[in-house]
Design a protein around this ligand. Structure first.
Ligand code: IDP
Ligand code: MG
Length: 142
């Protein structure tokens, strides 16, 4: 099934000039970039995006970090895009991520792990709508 998923290149990766490297990996894996923009999240917007993690001990640190610099938010489209993107990203902790994954190669630690990716169909729909209007998404299929 052709799906859409939300990707974020996090502040640590943007700051280290890794946008091109990361987008290349998506495209090489057959994921199409159908929307993208560089933005800066306010602290309150980062808190809203990660509201599901409100009770976790790392919530304050995570939302401070995610609002500390520019991020590249993108919509990726393709066959099984949600799980495909999770595979390319690798495990949450770069030290535990498989060789060749983005987090293993580009992440710094379990928090500054270079990329975010939606974890399921419902989350993907919510996260895409959090950042993009339908008019901003261009699959070339309309
Ligand atoms: P995911 O990004 O692989 O889906 P989640 O468990 O949803 O992982 O956590 C969201 C984000 O919170 C992670 O990508 C990472 O930036 C941060 N995070 C997760 N676990 C920890 C932790 O144990 N310490 C610090 N930050 C964490
Ligand atoms: Mg998650």
């Amino acid at each position: 099934m052709v799906e859409r998923t939300l990707s974020i290149v996090k502040p640590d990766a943007v700051a280290r000039g890794l946008i091109g490297e990361i987008l290349r990996r998506f495209e090489s894996a057959g994921l199409k970039i159908v929307a993208t923009k560089l933005i800066r999240l306010s602290r309150s917007r980062a808190e809203a995006f990660y509201a599901v993690h409100k009770e976790r001990p790392f919530y304050a640190s995570l939302t401070e970090y995610m609002s500390s610099g520019s991020v590249l938010v993108s919509v990726l489209e393709g066959e099984g895009a949600i799980m495909r993107n999770r595979e390319i990203m690798g495990a949450t902790d770069p030290a535990k991520a498989a060789p060749g994954t983005i987090r293993r190669d580009c992440g710094k630690d379990v928090e500054k792990n270079a990329v975010h990716g939606s974890d399921g169909a419902e989350t993907a729909a919510w996260e895409i709508a959090f950042f993009f209007t339908p008019e901003e998404i261009h699959s070339g299929r309309q």
